[in-house]
Design a protein around this ligand. Structure first.
Ligand code: ADP
Ligand code: MG
Length: 249
């Protein structure tokens, strides 16, 4: 528990720092990008190939910094979350093509096992998509050119009824000593990693009143996301006490 509080404090501090400086970092970055693009064009016109190579490196490094800043922004004070009933089937229909594309490019099979009998969840669809995108990307990166990524829905019961989504891979698994640290901000084993993906997932799930956990072994890794189910009274579906049914949304 102490560890969890320490982690929450650390996340909060990082969030505050990020919120305070993100704009200051972003604005000059945008200006730099603009002028680099102008430079790129003028070098192209003059066929200055060596300089174009240098500029190419600058542009790709700039891209890295930009995406790091964006991840910082996500970790910082999150936007207002709008909790509404969300149908997971619809959510996955919208986001799986992108993930499938990524999987195919890496020689990985993507399997989705929907469950028609589960209730909608009570969540913010865009934030939830981001969680599954991060988990899916990690799974694909872990498997390196072969394997299966399975997304499975099931019923759960935590503080109340919930829906569980397992994101399973057939990768090498996570060593025991790393398993406790994967949610730590900046923990990464990748050369190009930021180590922020899972902290963002954890933060989002906390916002949504759900949770995220992990189990791992030789056969692969399973991240399980628990999301509160919608449709019960008292879950704020409608201010007047839940007269709205999920189908109305
Ligand atoms: P990043 O992907 O930038 O490294 P994350 O927070 O997304 O940051 O992940 C942190 C670390 O957790 C990864 O570097 C990796 O070591 C480990 N990890 C996450 N997902 C998996 C997975 N599916 N299989 C094996 N290791 C994983
Ligand atoms: Mg990641």
């Amino acid at each position: 528990l102490e560890e969890q509080i320490r982690r929450a404090d650390r996340l909060k501090m990082i969030g505050e720092v990020a919120a305070g400086t993100a704009h200051e970092i972003r604005n000059p970055l945008t200006a730099i990008k603009g002028f680099i693009q102008l430079l790129h064009k003028s070098l192209t016109d003059r066929k200055m190939n060596r300089e174009l190579d240098y500029i190419g490196i600058v542009m790709s490094e700039l891209e890295r910094v930009t995406s790091l800043v964006s991840e910082f922004l996500l970790l910082s004070k999150p936007k207002e979350v709008a909790l509404v009933p969300v149908h997971l089937g619809e959510l996955f229909r919208e986001m799986l093509p992108m993930l499938r594309n990524e999987a195919t490019m890496h020689g990985i099979l993507l399997r989705y096992e929907p469950r028609a009998d589960l209730p909608p969840v009570f969540a913010d669809k865009e934030l939830l998509k981001q969680v599954f995108l991060n988990l899916g990307k990690n799974a694909i990166e872990a498997m390196e050119q072969r394997g299966t990524l399975t997304i499975r829905e099931r019923r759960g019961f935590g503080a109340g009824p919930e829906v569980l989504v397992d994101v399973c891979d057939t990768g090498p698994g996570i060593p025991q000593e790393s398993l406790e640290r994967v949610f730590d901000p900046f923990f990464t084993t990748k050369e190009q990693g930021t180590g922020l993906g899972l902290s963002i997932c954890q933060r989002i799930m906390h916002e949504l009143g759900g949770s995220i956990g992990v189990t791992s072994g030789n056969g692969g890794t399973v991240f399980t996301v628990a999301i509160p189910a919608a449709g019960k009274r008292g879950e704020g579906i409608a201010e007047d006490g839940g007269a709205l049914s999920p189908d109305d949304v």
